[in-house]
Design a protein around this ligand. Structure first.
Ligand SMILES: Cc1ncc(COP(=O)(O)O)c(C=O)c1O
Length: 455
């Protein structure tokens, strides 16, 4: 059932199902219709599934004792404990943490920290950031500038700082990563390498290029340039942190150790709005041996209520062995998805690791080109999936040229084998259906016009 709503909705013409409850991987709307959640709450946040009593209980206990206190002049045990536990599972060398309330805020803080690092070390001219063009880092004006997609930036571009972008080194454009490195060199030359504060990227992409990661040569080349030019590398692990790719952080599997990591979604697992920025010792030392100040924060940063949920999320991930489970089960899930989609002509590639999988579509006429954007394939796949009671998230091309239609497939880590099989099967039905329609439409569009037929 859908409602006329007083909410200023993202799409004013769309009618939204009203979700009233959820349990495990099942979401129920106000008409009693039940959907399978193949997208962890729709945005990859609900990584442990819905309705978990342990997380609700942790929030209740904390709220009864101490729900809120601001962290500028006060701290609290939940924040301190979460910081210790997060450092313990972070990649080697990550020594300090600061909490925020979401992904874009974490990315903004990562950027402020990178800038502070250089200023504290006596290089105040370093401000410019370089990042891959086909990314998503959030809807705030700074993160939108990092995102580098004109299709998303319009009409806010007058407010955006002019960061520099390089093309993604995808299989389609740059399988070796050398072209991206050459573009990075051009960007360093354009900005003046001495003015560059950071390279900012998702180690494994989410919605912008589902489950794509640059090839090893790109990471090696990036490390060489960081060494030579002294900029920092910041990872946006808003999605990939907290086990999504089968390790605590995607940085654990990347051939380059970043200097700063931002994470969010899976840290609160959909039970609390919380994000975090972690940094290595040398970044912390720059502030500790300099002004000793990193001011400016948000009202809810490090609040006991959300930190207590974060502690309970880490407990669940550890005690249920979910990170290892995601690594092992994810490899099979990808094979199952590949098998289910085999033979569908618009499916070009299934990729990814852990429970972060992506499907890329191509024009069936050559199996290579992007599908014509006006066909709206990504939107149609999500609509067809929803009709089959499955929640998915697909990305429309934004006319920027680096990506076409794609889908994410990212279920909660706690999904059972039967539930995963059902998600895969419903998804394949949706893709099959849209592929059939699209092939017919493309055939009709390219059929020769018979004499006498209306044009
Ligand atoms: C990779 C990535 N970075 C940043 C963000 C922004 O996070 P938030 O929506 O919590 O601000 C998102 C959100 O989808 C994301 O996928």
């Amino acid at each position: 059932m859908t409602v006329h709503s007083k909410v200023l909705a993202p799409e004013l013409n769309r009618r939204y199902p009203v979700v009233v409850r959820a349990e495990g991987v099942w979401i129920e709307d106000s008409a009693g219709r039940r959907y399978l959640d193949a997208m962890s709450g729709g945005s990859l946040a609900a990584s442990l599934g819905h309705g978990r009593r342990d997380l609700v209980e942790a929030a209740r206990r904390q709220a009864e004792r101490l729900s809120y206190v601001h962290n500028e002049r006060l701290t609290n045990p939940a924040q301190e404990r979460l910081a210790r536990e997060l450092v313990a599972v972070a990649p080697e060398g990550f020594a300090r943490v600061r909490f925020v309330t979401g992904g874009a805020e974490a990315n903004e803080l990562a950027l402020r920290l990178a800038r502070s690092y250089h200023v504290e070390r006596g290089e105040p001219q370093r401000w410019q950031v370089i990042s891959p063009a086909q990314a998503y880092h959030g809807p705030t004006l700074q993160t939108l500038a990092l995102t580098g997609r004109p299709g998303l930036q319009r009409p806010f571009d007058p407010y955006l700082p002019s960061h520099l972008h390089i093309p993604p080194s995808t299989q389609r454009f740059d399988p070796s990563g050398e072209a991206a490195l050459a573009a990075l060199d051009d960007a360093l030359a354009e900005a003046g390498a001495e003015n560059v504060a950071a390279f900012f990227c998702e180690p494994v992409s989410a919605a912008a290029l589902p489950a794509y990661s640059p090839p090893p040569r790109f990471w090696e080349g990036l490390a060489e340039r960081r060494e030579e030019h002294g900029f920092l590398v910041c990872f946006d692990e808003i999605v990939t942190g907290m086990g999504r790719t089968g390790s605590w952080f995607a940085a654990d599997e990347t051939p380059l150790l970043p200097d700063i990591v931002a994470t969010a979604k899976g840290l609160g697992a959909g039970y609390a709005a919380i994000g975090a920025v972690l940094c290595r010792q040398h970044v912390y030392d720059a502030v500790a041996e300099g002004s000793r100040r990193l001011t400016l924060g948000h009202t809810w940063d490090g609040a006991p209520l959300s930190c207590a949920v974060g502690v309970a999320v880490l407990d669940a991930l550890r005690s249920e062995g979910l990170v290892e489970h995601v690594r092992e089960r994810g490899a099979r899930l990808r094979e199952e998805l590949e098998e289910a989609l085999a033979g569908i002509e618009i499916v070009r590639e299934v990729r990814g690791r852990g429970f972060l999988l992506g499907v890329e579509y191509a024009d069936p006429r050559d199996g290579e080109s992007f599908l014509p954007p006006e066909l709206g394939v990504a939107r149609r796949i999500d609509d067809a999936a929803l009709e089959s009671d499955l929640v998915t998230l697909s990305t429309q091309p934004t006319h920027d040229g680096y990506a076409g239609d794609q889908s994410l497939f990212a279920p909660p880590f706690t999904s059972s084998d039967r539930e995963l099989a059902e998600m895969v099967s419903r998804f394949a039905v949706a893709v099959h259906r849209v592929a059939g329609e699209v092939e017919d439409e493309l055939a009709a569009a390219s059929a020769p016009i018979e004499a006498g037929e209306p044009r």
